[in-house]
Write a protein that binds this ligand. Structure first.
Ligand code: GDP
Ligand code: MG
Length: 162
């Protein structure tokens, strides 16, 4: 079985956009409205000749008031199946309570985590991404899934963690 990289994080941080960027297709569903349900969440991917399975977890979320609980459940399922967790946070917003809740689950799971500080579209946002050190799960890797900025650096980190 190929190693599994699970992309987790609260809605709208850009998980599906990042998945599309990594697989090089526009296949994962990107929505401004969080909680899109769909069947397919696993994609074959590779970087520097290493193959892995990329799992976009966003589609498991209901668009409801039980968001915190749903995200917690999503994160739990994801870390169970993952060899490496790619945790995505919105660098332009910074750490929210929902992000912190995911961190708690990731900490307990003791799986390797790579922290993607997404939406770092420009140098200023890239610098602001450093504030995500406050999450206490390591170095935030600034990335722009939309523009492709630094996604190679991010994948290098993911493969190092595999
Ligand atoms: P998900 O709910 O975490 O899967 O987030 P999506 O991938 O559906 O993206 C949510 C919104 O954020 C969409 O409007 C995306 O176009 C936007 N987005 C994703 N990545 C970036 C990025 O790197 N920069 C900017 N500015 N917007 C982004
Ligand atoms: Mg999504």
């Amino acid at each position: 079985r190929l190693p599994v990289v699970a992309v987790v994080g609260r809605p709208n941080v850009g998980k599906s956009t990042l998945v599309n960027r990594i697989i090089g297709r526009r296949e994962a569903v990107v929505e401004d409205v969080p909680g899109v349900t769909r069947d397919r969440v696993s994609y074959p991917a590779s970087w520097n000749g290493r193959e892995f399975t990329l799992v976009d977890t966003g589609g498991w979320l209901p668009d409801s008031s039980g968001l915190a609980a749903a995200i917690a459940e999503q994160a739990r399922l994801a870390v169970e199946l993952a060899d490496v967790v790619l945790f995505v946070v919105d660098a332009t917003i910074g750490a929210t309570d929902l992000d912190e809740a995911v961190v708690e689950i990731l900490r307990r799971a003791k799986k390797p985590v790579v922290l993607a500080a997404n939406k770092a579209d420009d140098t200023r946002a890239e610098l602001e991404a450093a504030s995500l050190w406050s999450l206490g799960i390591g170095e935030p890797v600034p990335v722009s899934a939309l523009h492709g900025r630094s996604s190679g650096d991010l994948l290098d980190k993911v493969l190092e963690a595999l």
